[in-house]
Design a protein around this ligand. Structure first.
Ligand code: PEP
Ligand code: MG
Length: 582
């Protein structure tokens, strides 16, 4: 058994088989099984691949020998020997015949076993020959699977994906019916890959260190998305322990289900608004089941992830109209495109930026590349008559940006009016507060915006100067850092003074450990992943505002994140214990 410790980014536990993606080599090997009557065909298919690869290598050998001489051609002779090795073929045949593995999986499994033997040898030269094995494996898989191994979107059995890294689009396109969790070697707490895992409601752990050599597709694994622990080939005792935890999780989930129709009201009767963060319209069901009071953040850039071409006005319109209709009078906040940095890169001007997080991302990109922005605003305005839509601009760092963006909205309103297309002229327009400059200038902003939403994922990143996806500085990515808390407090105070609503939609709003603190700082509206709504509601229903204010007051006197976290954990534990006793 191997135990890995990473960063827990999406809660839950799963015990399942691993599916290892070696995306640094571009090779993805799904574990597939074949039926008994398919065995011979699979073996024939495999032999054909071996023949083709051998021919290919022989050709390479001849060409290189002619061009560079015999000594270079000899490299390929060694490869040729490996492909022709009867032991290798026997092993592959055994996997297909006796284990019923698909040809591709059998090849990959056999090659990995050979590679392990080489790696284990105390001989640097031979250990390096592992690369030759990978090279041959890759050639064989190319013949068996074609050059594109895009199997992740259609798996035929449940699996936990293990990869060095997953891009947001790879994550978004995972086969939702079968992927039960994922674990990556790199990544950070606030990356978008994590956000999608939450949306898919699967446990996920990132920054788990080097593990690709330790895990193989088909191994049993445990992913604990609550603690960030991952077990490869767990022993009996660990398995039994996690099976019990899994049962407990299930009964906690059914307990929370009972809350879905109850209001998110504190013990002293203060009403708290709980909205949902969504990325895909498919999350609507989960929002409604969990009693979301509208959508506080619709991350529309994810519309780009699940298609190969840019969404047109109609595609935007359909997506927004569907969500607006589903929520009726409840507000649905459409955030305009937040592209760039670790999200989807557009080909706009083919920008080469050394610091994309500080570059042309988000509203900055929208204001430079107007056509897609205008298309989106038109679609939002058209859909605004279908429900209670609001528009929100991301990453606003100056008043000028907000005014420019608002002018574009006004301009499109004129167009629609001329064309006789109905829309809501009074559609509320707000901003994400996720850059310190916006917090500092908030007393001015509140005179012009209809609402704000505090985006702590970025606010932490820009306050602490920590790339939210970088595992090396993940310890500095601190939601409860006093500097971050002061900015949150200041945002809420300014919004209240300006008579506008402030919502908090960063990941920290979905963590019950922070709920009391945020309530105490004056927050009355939370926007969280739909699956987190019941837990936050439960916490709200167990506390009084006065109690939360006392907690917040104390926290704001503390100087270190560690102290703050232990104090908050302690307070949360007390509240849950009292609630369980009553
Ligand atoms: C945030 O920055 O807190 C936020 C909610 O936006 P995103 O995570 O999409 O950048
Ligand atoms: Mg953000």
């Amino acid at each position: 058994m191997h135990r890995l410790q990473g960063i827990a980014v999406s809660p839950g536990i799963c015990i399942c088989e691993a599916l290892v993606i070696e995306n640094d080599k571009g090779v993805r090997i799904p574990q597939r099984f074949i039926t008994a009557d398919g065995v011979q065909d699979e073996i024939d298919f495999c032999q054909e691949a071996f023949h083709k690869v051998a021919d290919e290598i022989a050709q390479n050998r001849d060409t290189i020998t002619k061009q560079l001489g015999k000594q270079y051609g000899a490299i390929f002779s060694a490869h040729l020997q490996m492909v022709g090795d009867p032991e290798l073929k026997k092993k592959v045949e055994h996997f297909i015949r006796d284990k019923r593995y698909s040809a591709a999986y059998a090849v990959s499994r056999a090659m990995r076993q050979f590679a392990k033997v080489f790696e284990g040898l105390d001989d640097a030269y031979l250990a390096e020959r592992v690369q030759d094995i990978f090279d041959i494996e890759s050639r064989l898989l190319n013949k068996l699977l074609g050059t594109k191994f895009e199997y992740l979107s259609s798996l035929n059995q449940e699996a936990v994906v293990f990869a060095h890294n997953l891009t947001p689009s790879e994550t978004a396109n995972l086969d939702r019916g079968h992927v039960r969790g994922f674990v990556t070697e790199v990544g950070g707490l606030g990356g978008h890959t994590s956000i999608i895992a939450e949306a898919l409601q699967i446990p996920a752990v990132v920054a788990a260190g080097h593990f690709l050599e330790k895990v193989q597709s088909g191994d049993t694994v445990i992913v604990d998305g609550n603690s960030g622990q991952v077990y490869l080939c767990p022993d009996e005792e660990t398995l039994a322990q996690y099976e019990t935890l899994l049962e407990e999780e299930k009964s906690r989930a059914s307990e929370l289900e009972l809350l879905s129709d109850l209001p998110a009201e504190t013990l002293d009767g203060t009403n708290i608004e709980l909205r949902a963060n969504i990325e895909f319209p498919e999350e609507l069901t989960c929002c409604l089941e969990n009693g979301a009071q509208g959508v506080g953040l619709y991350r529309t850039e994810f519309l780009y992830l699940t298609r190969s071409t840019e969404p047109d006005e109609e595609a935007h319109y359909q997506a927004y109209a569907q969500v607006a209709e589903a929520f009726g009078n409840q507000p649905v906040t459409i955030r305009t495109l937040d592209m760039g940095a670790d999200k989807i890169n557009t080909s706009f001007e083919d920008l080469e930026e050394s610091n994309p997080f500080l570059g042309v991302r988000s509203i900055r990109l929208s204001l430079r590349d107007l056509p897609p922005f205008r298309t989106q605003i038109r679609a939002i305005l058209r859909a605004s008559v279908k429900g209670n839509l609001q528009v929100m601009f991301p990453l606003i760092s100056t008043l000028r940006e907000f005014r420019q963006a608002k002018m574009i909205v006004a301009d499109i309103m004129e167009d629609l009016e001329e064309e006789g297309i109905p829309f809501n002229r009074d559609i509320p327009i707000g901003i994400m507060v996720e850059v310190p400059s916006a917090v500092i200038m908030l007393d001015r902003f509140v005179k012009e915006v209809d609402f704000i939403s505090i985006g702590t994922n970025d606010l932490i990143q820009y306050t602490m100067a920590v790339d939210r996806t970088n595992k090396e500085v993940a310890d500095l990515y601190q939601p409860s850092n006093p500097a971050v808390l002061r900015l949150i407090e200041s945002s809420i105070v300014h919004a209240n003074a300006g008579g506008i609503l402030s919502t908090l939609c960063g990941q920290m709003s979905g963590s019950p450990a922070y709920t009391m603190l945020l309530l105490g700082l004056g927050l009355r509206s939370f926007s969280v992943a739909p699956a987190s709504i019941p837990e936050i509601k439960k916490t709200c229903r167990q506390v009084t505002i006065k109690q939360c204010q006392t907690i917040a007051k104390k926290v704001m006197t503390l100087e270190g994140t560690g102290e703050i976290n232990s104090y908050l954990r302690e307070q949360y534990r007390k509240v849950t214990e009292v609630a369980e006793e009553t």
